[in-house]
Design a protein around this ligand. Structure first.
Ligand code: FAD
Length: 381
């Protein structure tokens, strides 16, 4: 089905992203999976192409592109390679950039954004703690004022880009008695005394992502590293989770469509009982259902993208796009594994890896249950 939300500039940009992914990123994909990290060189390559600062103003080294669709096109092209790419790059470009651009002081922007755009400064967002991620307002990390500084204690887990990040936005409780209204965001920099990384976590999928635990033991963070207003962190996070969720939805459906495309090629070639397996009615009908699911999902996600471009996307609609696309992605990939037969279960096959990579889409950035909770509340329930 023809997508209607892109113009010629978008299409040309997509072509250049696709070429970049195929020529520069794809050749080193296996190495990244084996090393359990992307490596600094990937970030520098993205920076050299001007892809890390699309939504950062030119004054700070970015491209100053106001149209969110360009960032999402990049994410779609990265999704075609593997889901970890748009997830890890997206945390940097689509999640952290808005915090620094919208909330950063002039001094902070000058200090961080130019290197953010070149890939010399990799970033991460640390909200989740071992005691719970869904109930963000219950986080336990604590920061206490000490003169002009803050003393940060606590830990975070499951942090994307956690092992490699040079700058981590950390949510910590600053006024405990105020609950959600007592949380502040701090920019913790690599090398600050007391800031340690745990191991890279051994995940079911996305091996190339260096998801890690982070520990903060009496870390002295200067006031100059507070992001936005003290005690406003929870509101900032809630406001920006809408963009994170539509970004996830875009990645989810792009990832599923790529593997579905590869599966369609496979079922035309693979034979059983002297016939291509795709021509058995059971499989033909299954593929018809999957293609319909992919097209219907894409249409809703595209509509949400346009709402986001116009600034009218609601939290409830972003939640619908996120949970639905994650479910559709998982359903499509599970069916694709089945169509590849035994090969679908072999880690060396893209379909198997994609299936494992996708499982987390129903859990992270707000689980499917939490998305439905938000939608239910919007219904007045
Ligand atoms: C690979 C990976 C990368 C991640 N990257 C980041 C990152 O960069 N930064 C970051 O801060 N976090 C990150 N996360 C954390 C992620 O956002 C959390 O795992 C997620 O929010 C769920 O939190 P939890 O794991 O503590 O599960 P819990 O909150 O303990 O939930 C467990 C289960 O209970 C369900 N549940 C909870 N509350 C309700 C409710 N009210 N109604 C119904 N069901 C409910 C949940 O849906 C879930 O199924 C990442 C996680 C993973 C796995």
């Amino acid at each position: 089905m023809k997508r209607t939300i892109f113009n010629e500039d978008h299409n040309a940009f997509r072509e250049s992203c696709r070429t970049f992914v195929d020529r520069t990123l794809r050749p080193h994909h296996e190495k990244r999976m084996a090393n359990h990290e992307f490596g600094r060189e990937m970030w520098l390559e993205l920076g050299k192409q001007g892809l890390l600062g699309l939504n950062v103003p030119e004054a700070y080294g970015g491209a100053g592109v106001g149209d969110l669709r360009f960032s999402l096109i990049l994410a779609e092209e990265l999704s075609r390679l593997a889901l970890a790419y748009p997830s890890c790059v997206g945390i940097h470009t689509n999640c952290i950039a808005p915090y620094l651009v919208d909330l950063g002081t002039e001094e902070q922007k000058q200090r961080w954004l130019p290197r953010f755009c070149t890939g010399e400064l990799i970033t991460a967002l640390a909200m989740t703690e071992a005691s719970g991620g869904s109930d963000l307002a219950a986080l336990k990390s604590r920061a206490v004022r000490d003169g002009d500084d803050w003393i940060l204690n606590g830990s975070k887990t499951f942090i994307t880009n956690g092992a490699s990040a040079d700058l981590v936005l950390v949510a910590a409780r600053t006024t405990p008695e105020r609950g959600a209204k007592g949380i502040t965001l701090f920019a913790v920099e690599a090398g600050m005394q007391g800031f340690e990384r745990g191991r890279k976590l051994d995940k079911v999928g996305q091996p190339e992502a260096d998801t890690s635990e982070l520990f903060f033991d009496e870390v002295r963070v200067p006031s100059a590293n507070v992001i936005g207003e003290v005690d406003h962190g929870f509101v900032y996070m809630m406001q920006r989770l809408v963009a994170e969720r539509i970004g996830s939805a875009v990645n989810n459906i792009a990832h599923a469509r790529q593997i579905l495309e590869e599966t369609l090629d496979y079922v035309k070639e693979r034979t059983a009982f002297g016939t291509p397996i795709g021509s058995f009615q059971a499989n033909k009908f299954k593929l018809a259902e999957l293609q319909t699911l992919a097209d219907v999902t894409q249409t809703f996600v595209d509509q949400c993208v346009m709402e986001a471009v116009l600034g009218t996307l609601t939290a409830a609609d972003a939640a619908k796009a996120k949970w639905w696309s994650a479910q559709a992605q998982n359903d499509i990939l599970d069916a694709c594994v089945q169509l590849w037969g035994g090969y679908g279960y072999m880690s060396e096959y893209r379909v198997a890896r994609a299936w494992a990579d996708a499982r987390v889409a129903k859990i992270w950035a707000g689980s499917n249950e939490i998305m439905k909770e938000l939608i239910g509340r919007d219904l007045g329930l």
